[in-house]
Design a binder for this molecule. Structure first.
Ligand code: AMP
Length: 214
């Protein structure tokens, strides 16, 4: 089962990816999570990525493609995976096609989740994450424990640097310019499914399941 979740930041890709992962036992490949981990570990890539991410811009395509290809070679990806936050540009989509060909002509179901901008800004301004394990919280939907410590690992719960309103606007602009063209790219290929992301997490998940099983 090979799935790609496409959509602006804050539409719920990560939330849905985790639900698919739990139900179908295939890993979530989030390039954002991989990059945030590199930043935490202060690797060379992490240092480069930190600045780009804080500006709300995109990490260069070649770096992302190498990172993803390496991750997809790991044993847990051989029966399927969920791409979350990748690809984000046409060159990344083209690079992905080559990677999938090398892996044995894998074909993907591309699921676009869409939500209006005002709702995205509301959701992202309320988003919080654990600084240690990355678990997602949201002041509106899923508030963190009162003591401000992660319920999974006890880590400190913080706001992502790129979830401040100014950076959110920049990220949305980058999405419209660089990532949204992928919608028609996959539409033309005939493997695009669209899901209204304003409904409840459960309703969105049910629709995704229908698509996965179709
Ligand atoms: P995300 O967690 O998916 O919202 O990603 C957070 C940030 O990481 C983005 O705003 C980008 O700066 C960077 N990033 C994540 N995935 C990619 C990607 N596929 N291509 C380029 N930059 C990325």
């Amino acid at each position: 089962m090979y799935i790609m979740l496409l959509g602006a930041p804050g539409v719920g890709k990560g939330t849905q990816a985790k639900k698919i992962m739990a139900k179908y036992g295939i890993p979530q490949i989030s390039t954002g999570d991989i990059l945030r981990n590199e930043v935490r570990l202060q690797t060379e890539l992490g240092k480069l990525a930190k600045e780009v991410m804080e500006r709300g811009e995109l990490v260069p395509d070649e770096i992302i493609l190498k990172m993803v290809e390496k991750r997809l070679q790991e044993p847990d990806c051989q029966k399927g995976f969920i791409l979350d936050g990748f690809p984000r540009t046409i060159p990344q989509a083209e690079g992905l096609e080559e990677i999938l060909q090398r892996m044995g002509n894998i074909s993907l179901k591309v699921i676009e989740i869409y939500v209006p901008d005002e709702e995205i800004i509301r959701r992202l301004s309320a988003r919080r994450i654990c600084s240690k394990c990355g678990k997602d919280y949201n002041l509106i939907f899923n508030p963190p424990p009162a003591d401000g410590k992660c319920e999974v690992c006890g880590g400190e719960i913080i706001q992502r640097d790129d979830d401040r309103e100014e950076t959110i606007r920049k990220r949305l602009e980058v999405y419209r310019k660089q990532t949204e063209p992928l919608v028609s790219y996959y539409q033309k290929k005939g493997n695009l499914y669209r899901v209204d992301g304003t409904r409840s997490i459960e309703e969105v998940f049910q629709e995704i399941e229908r698509i996965i099983q179709s």
